[in-house]
Every structure is written in structure tokens, then in C-alpha cells.
Design a protein around this ligand. Structure first.
Ligand code: MN
Ligand code: MN
Length: 305
């Protein structure tokens, strides 16, 4: 079948109703009612799947061969209620709790970043508090937004408060731009989180940073990777709701994900792709490639030598 034809499942994988027998499962979470400004991420999973037909099965840089290593399937989308954010949060947590009754690693396509909170609630119930690698332009540690405790900019404060994440094993990479107060990034620092602002990443390889991340987290602690596409610069990822100048390059994004190989990665997500702002499709295409790199970074992924 030519790549432009057939059903556009993620990476043209088989679609499975169940996670039984699946090692790594792609799950779409088409949410955008957790956003504070520009929306459109509800179309993210479908668009990332459409662009993913360009991704081929072998990683030429790392020689990783995820489809030789695992049973990977597209597990479809979570059936959300587009009128009710708190209902969506419940639905997502229940969905992931059911999926995680199987020995499957969930690899999620957002959706706005709010999805990560209910996913982490389900993950932490199974694995305990996890180490977290969080790539983003934003800290997402607001106490509330418009008085709401759960929105895309509050999730990591909730995750730390609820002990879903071990803050001493948490790394926020790519934070930048303008804030509401000069102390906006300090709440996380005060909890023990390592905050690596974008300026500290400019003009250099992030491989040494990831070496440090692996050393501090270690190979055993369950670790989760949450990748907000707006962590990357708008020049490579304009199709998102809250773009910020001065971000990470595409290759630095690859280095971060490749640098997670060696961790006990038990789940990951790629969030905040907003197709209405992605006029070329390149943001969704980049997202598809980053999701492929996540499969390549899973602990048992074989490398061809
Ligand atoms: Mn975010
Ligand atoms: Mn963000």
C-alpha cells in the first residue's frame, strides 16, 4: 500500500480495541478544553496520525528497531465529553487505569497538556511516584487558572501535591519567555525540581544534560516523559496554542528523547499540537517523529549493530 493511502492509523500500525498482548500502545486524547487561549489540540491525534505515514520503521541514528522489539498497536482515541473538562479528566483516568491492567507502555498523543494529570494519576496508582522529564516552554505549575484547579497550566503543581511525581527526580527543560511574576518558575525549584531554562540550552548539545538526568534518576526508578511541543521553538513547531520565541531546536528535542534511553521509561506523551495553527503540517510531522523516537527510547528497544 502506498504511504498516502489506506487507513491512517499511527505509523500505519494495526488498530487494536484491547491492550492485551500489546507492549507499547499509542493512545490519542483529543482534548482542547483545558487550554487558556488558542485551542485546536482536539485535532492533534488525527493530524499526527495522518503525518505519521511518512515515518519509516528504523532509526538511522541510533539503529533502534522498535517494531522488531515490541508489539506496537494504535489503541485509538479516548472518548471524551467536549462540553465538560472535569468529566474528561475522569474519563481519561478511567481509560488509562483499564489500559494499565495490561503490561503495556502507553504512548499518548494530545490533546492539550491537561491530559497528563489524569494519565499520571493512573500511572502512579500502578507504579508509585515517578521520575519525570518535562519538556515545555511553560512550567505548568500555576495554583489555579480562572479559579480552576485543573487546566493545562496547573497540572504539574497538582501532580507534585498529589505525590504522583517525585520532585527530586523531576526535570523541566526549555522553560522561558514572559510570565505573570518573576518568581513563576521558583515554586517547582522550591519543591526540589531541576529547572533548566531555555537560555541554558542555547547553542549546545543536550546530550550532557541527559547524561546527568540518567545519572540522577538511575535505571530502575519508573520514569515518565511529557513532551509539550511548545518546548521547541516556533520556527520548527508553530502549530501550537501558546508558542514562545527562543525555544529548543528540533535536534535538541531528539537529543532529549534519545537521552531517555537507559531510563525505566514506563510511559510518555506528546501534547499541544494544534493543527489549525499548523499550516504546513510540519508540526504534526515533527510530533510523529518525536513519538517514533519515544518508542525507540523504551527500555527493551533493540539496537541493530
Ligand atoms: Mn505544557
Ligand atoms: Mn507549554
Amino acid at each position: 500500500m502506498p504511504r498516502f493511502a489506506g487507513n491512517a492509523s499511527m505509523f500505519r500500525l494495526p488498530v487494536s480495541e484491547t491492550a492485551d498482548g500489546v507492549d507499547a500502545g499509542i493512545i490519542g486524547v483529543p482534548l482542547d478544553i483545558g487550554t487558556s487561549n488558542r485551542n485546536g489540540t482536539r485535532y492533534g491525534p488525527r493530524q499526527v496520525r495522518a503525518e505519521s505515514v511518512l515515518v519509516r520503521p528504523y532509526n538511522m541514528a541510533t539503529r533502534a528497531a522498535p517494531f522488531d522489539s515490541f508489539q506496537v498497536a494504535d489503541l485509538g482515541d479516548v472518548a471524551l465529553n467536549p462540553y465538560n473538562l472535569s468529566a474528561c479528566i475522569e474519563i481519561i483516568e478511567q481509560h488509562y487505569s483499564a489500559v494499565l491492567e495490561n503490561a503495556v507502555t502507553p504512548v499518548s498523543i494530545g490533546g492539550d497538556h491537561t491530559i497528563t494529570l489524569p494519565i499520571l494519576r493512573a500511572i502512579a496508582r500502578k507504579h508509585g511516584p515517578v521520575a519525570l522529564i518535562h519538556v515545555d516552554a511553560h512550567a505548568d505549575v500555576n495554583d489555579t487558572m480562572f479559579g480552576e484547579p485543573v487546566a493545562h497550566g496547573t497540572i504539574f503543581r497538582r501532580a507534585i501535591e498529589e505525590k504522583l511525581v517525585d520532585p527530586r527526580s523531576m526535570f523541566q527543560i526549555g522553560l522561558r519567555a514572559t510570565g505573570y511574576a518573576a518568581e513563576d518558575f521558583d515554586w517547582a525549584r522550591d519543591q526540589g525540581v531541576t529547572v533548566v531554562q531555555a537560555e541554558a540550552c542555547w547553542y549546545k548539545s543536550l546530550a550532557p544534560l541527559m547524561e546527568e538526568v540518567r545519572r540522577l534518576i538511575g535505571p530502575d526508578q519508573p520514569a515518565y516523559l511529557s513532551f509539550d511541543i511548545d518546548g521547541l521553538d516556533p520556527s520548527v513547531a508553530p502549530g501550537t496554542g501558546t508558542p514562545e520565541p527562543g525555544g529548543l531546536t528540533g535536534s535538541q528535542g531528539l537529543e532529549i528523547i534519545r537521552g531517555c534511553y537507559g531510563l525505566n521509561l514506563i510511559g510518555c506523551d506528546l501534547v499541544e499540537v494544534s493543527p489549525p495553527y499548523d499550516t504546513t503540517g510540519n508540526t504534526a510531522l515533527l510530533a510523529a517523529n518525536l513519538l517514533f523516537e519515544m518508542l525507540c527510547a523504551l527500555p527493551a528497544c533493540k539496537r541493530r549493530i
